[in-house]
Design a protein around this ligand. Sequence first.
Ligand code: MG
Length: 301
Amino acid sequence: MSQVSENPGMSEDIEASSDGLHEAPDRLYEGYIFDLDGTIYLGDELLPGAKRLVLKLRELVKRVVFLSNNPTKDPETYAEKLTGMGIETPASDIVNTVVSMTQWLSQNHPDATVFPIAEKPLIHALKEAGIKMSERAEEIDFVVASYDRTFDYRKLQIAFDAIWYHKRARLVTTNPDRYCPFPGGRGEPDAAAIVAAIEACTGARCETNTGKPDPIMLDIVMDLTGLEVTDCVMTGDRLYTDIRMALDAGMPSAVVLTGETTAETLAHEPASNKPTYILERIDQLIPQHLWEQFGWIEDGE
Ligand SMILES: [Mg+2]
């Protein structure tokens, strides 16, 4: 540990450290999949090295995909935010739970009638994909519970009637998050609260989640990119979502210690929860032996 505190940047000491806390890749992958908050940016600030990393990966013709569990935003919104921060990104490089739920329904239940408890971005995407939607309980096959700040008793009644009274609909969700954290410590109730309300009155169990940590989300990314799981690395700041999903999908993974996970919490985790790589900065995804060639300095932006 003393090596780490004495050498805060990338250094031979860290790369070669045998404490198991800092292990950077010594190879490049074909696909790089990133969590966003705590990994690429924190709130409205890019994290150190994120911009030069993504620009370099694109220059190297690597596929870059960004993930988010939040279904209240369009992929375009994330693309605009990244582009505004200097990481020019098309909406097609964003896979959030609007994309994953729409894809999952299109691939597995293209003829189903769904009742989305959702905000406009998901409803719009389902419509665009040709998924049939209805509020008539007797014809609903899937109740899609999501992070919906317009959730009310009327929607709960429709879900209840479709699942319990008509014994017809199945319950699925975009993402399993209990709350969505905000900068400064507040947050908002997330999709888990909607799922819990429906489960409580119907006795049904939610069958499918298309967000992290379910590997369905990575399956969708593999389908969209045509890449194999072993050719990609999933990087994020949370062990129980980003890293769990990669482990369950058989994908190499990297935790970056710029968000939720710290070196100390990581040290107490069993080996079964640990990622392939542990990074202090996200640009350590580029192997050290290439830094000089790229003209990179240790603490560059
Ligand atoms: Mg995160």
